[in-house]
Design a protein around this ligand. Sequence first.
Ligand code: NDP
Ligand code: MG
Length: 389
Amino acid sequence: MINKKIAVLGSTGSVGTQVLDVCEKLGARVTLIAAKSNIRLLEEQIRRFKPGVCAVEDEAAASLLAVAVADTDTKIVPGYDGMCESVAECDADLVYNAVSGKNGLLPTLAVLGAGKTLALANKESMVLAGKIVNRTAKENGAMILPVDSEHCAIFQCLKNGRKSEVKRIILTCSGGPFFGRSFEELEGVTVAATLDHPTWSMGRKITVDSATLANKGLEIIEAMHLFGVGCDMIKVLIHRQSVVHSMVEYIDNSVIAQLSVPDMRLPGQYALTYPERSTAVIPELDLTAAPLTFCEPDVKAFPMLSLARHCAKEGGLLPCAYNAANEAAVDMYLRGQIGFNDIYRITEKTVQKTNNVADPDIGEILECDKLARCAAYSYKETSISDGDT
Ligand code: NDP
Ligand code: MG
């Protein structure tokens, strides 16, 4: 039994449901859950976990849920601000942020501002405002435990030496469903093929990002801020089996890796039991099942990766513009409004047109997010595929 009180933001999502599963298996008490509008699942979770508070971003959905669970002791808190306030005030020792997209940023700051330990799955928090997130954590003595599987792996590998002894971080990448194809061959790929990820089962947005390698691009920026390293110290390697979750190479050329079957419940569990470990909730790894292979990524076929590196190097608002344009483009792609490679064209054009600012504040970041999203949606109307980028 884990004697900790847990809050889970994004409890109805792919990561959130797996974290709740781990909490249940290890007997941790869930005191707060939050999501956007999936009240059918929230009601089920309220009856199963009996949290004191359930925050629902969509206010109409919150009213309906309040009626549906009127027979329970769970308080329903409506609205985005309500979610941020209730998570800052709640009695949880550990808060998982598994909200998707840029809406994860303000809850991250609310949790850290309250000095609570944050188990961070929402990579966008670090991409948009890594410096501000780290500053808020430091000022309030709060700790961040990475839940993104690669970053959880790096966090563990970094325990094998001093920071000054690290030569590079090796971020592994499955390569997604289109590994081996050229940019031209990717022009007409269908949404169904894009969502058919070879090794991980995840939410739709991140599954598309795994196919374009934008996910790895976002993870480079996330790693820079989580571990305080420059972009040149982070190398990406394609590893089709998703067994080695990432590695750290030290100055003596020793490479430390973390391996397991690909299952998000493990990083969820690591954060829950940290600094200890406890009985497994995931299956054992069979190292004889398949050979482990590694190769360089093809940045010509997957230019979202090099575009992310460019944004990471420039810093300021460019990572935010990259993320916002990509979120908008993925949304249009999933609606069948643009082609697969247009995700890159639209993101590149948006980044190019962004007026960068060094060390932006939260207001400037949120404004950039809004403008970049608008710009990206507007590019759908133009002849983006005619090479005008
Ligand atoms: P999903 O789309 O499956 O779930 C998103 C969750 O966030 C849902 O609970 C959703 O609620 C909630 N949500 C969305 N917007 C809001 C909002 N404005 N206020 C409150 N709740 C909100 O996403 P994933 O679980 O796939 O991903 C979550 C985060 O974790 C992302 O940042 C992703 O990059 C990261 N991540 C995911 C991995 C994975 O395996 N899926 C792996 C590593 C990182 P509702 O259901 O009501 O819409
Ligand atoms: Mg990851």
